[in-house]
Design a protein around this ligand. Structure first.
Ligand SMILES: C[S@@+](CC[C@H](N)C(=O)[O-])C[C@H]1O[C@@H](n2cnc3c(N)ncnc32)[C@H](O)[C@@H]1O
Length: 256
């Protein structure tokens, strides 16, 4: 497990999520502002799901802050937000991002599988596209449950194995490379983001979150389901023709 974790950490230290957009051509806006603008245009579902403005004065934990786009939104909305990430490079950039916006971040380098927080301390645990990178995903969900106050909720995005993006992965790396019988979960683990990435069915999500008192899971079609190339996507308007059940993002809300 530790070797797998080290590989995940090394991957995200080398390629902090979204950093290519921070670095790309300078324009009138800062790199972090450009990244945030592109991010919410590409993934507008984040705004609806996180509802940043709702968490004013609440204790929020974000797991896997990346370079801090969502984390700084929580701070700007007045949440008492703490953030962690396995990648020290990401934490360094998230720190810079927050300071550049005049915010006072509370960020640390930590692992979702053993969170450095006492139990029952948070009103919200939020995590966008992170926990499926952990070798022991069930352990991360137990940790989320442990640090939430009774009656508090988590909002977590995980990847959907029954999605168009997963199908593209099969066509390209399974059929396309003459491995038609390769298990989809292995193709995703080998080819999507850091080594060992997992994508789940809704049934598996319900099993993972069984210790919560209520769980809602919705899938959402994303631009990644209609990818045309490495950095090219079909227009957002076309997403309305994709059945919701085949979307790459599983949006999970669970109450302790
Ligand atoms: C796809 S990026 C998402 C980052 C950010 N949430 C976003 O949407 O831009 C995945 C992030 O998860 C972090 N991560 C992976 N495994 C983790 C773990 N076990 N504990 C904490 N963070 C982890 C990585 O370092 C990386 O920053």
């Amino acid at each position: 497990m530790q070797m797998e974790k080290n590989a995940v950490q090394a991957y995200w230290n080398k390629r902090p999520c979204g950093f290519a957009e921070v670095e790309s051509d300078a324009g009138p806006e800062t790199g972090f502002a450009r990244h945030a603008r592109l991010r919410y245009a590409r993934e507008p579902e984040i705004l609806e799901f996180a509802r940043f403005e709702r968490w004013r004065d609440c204790r929020v934990l974000e797991i896997g802050v990346g370079i801090g786009a969502d984390y700084t939104r929580f701070l700007r909305a007045g949440a008492r937000a703490t953030g962690v990430d396995l990648s020290s490079q990401s934490i360094r950039l998230a720190f810079q991002n927050a300071l550049a916006q005049g915010l006072a971040p509370q960020l640390s380098n930590a692992d979702a599988e053993s969170l450095p927080f006492a139990e029952a301390g948070f009103d919200l645990v939020y995590s966008w596209g992170v926990l499926h990178h952990s070798p022991d995903l069930q352990r991360t969900i137990r940790e989320v449950h442990r640090v939430l106050k009774p009656g508090a909720e988590c909002r977590i995005m995980l990847y959907n194995r029954r999605s168009l993006l997963a199908l593209q992965c099969y066509l390209r790396y399974g059929l396309g490379r003459l491995h038609p019988f390769a298990p989809l979960s292995r193709l995703i683990s080998d080819h999507i983001e850091s080594p060992g990435t997992q994508a789940l069915t809704k049934k598996e999500v319900h099993a993972l979150f069984r210790m919560f008192s209520s769980v809602q899971v919705h899938s959402v079609p994303t631009v990644y389901d209609l990818r045309l190339g490495r950095r090219r996507f079909a227009p957002h308007a076309l997403l309305r023709f994709v059945p919701r059940s085949l979307g790459w993002f599983l949006l999970i809300r669970a109450v302790k």
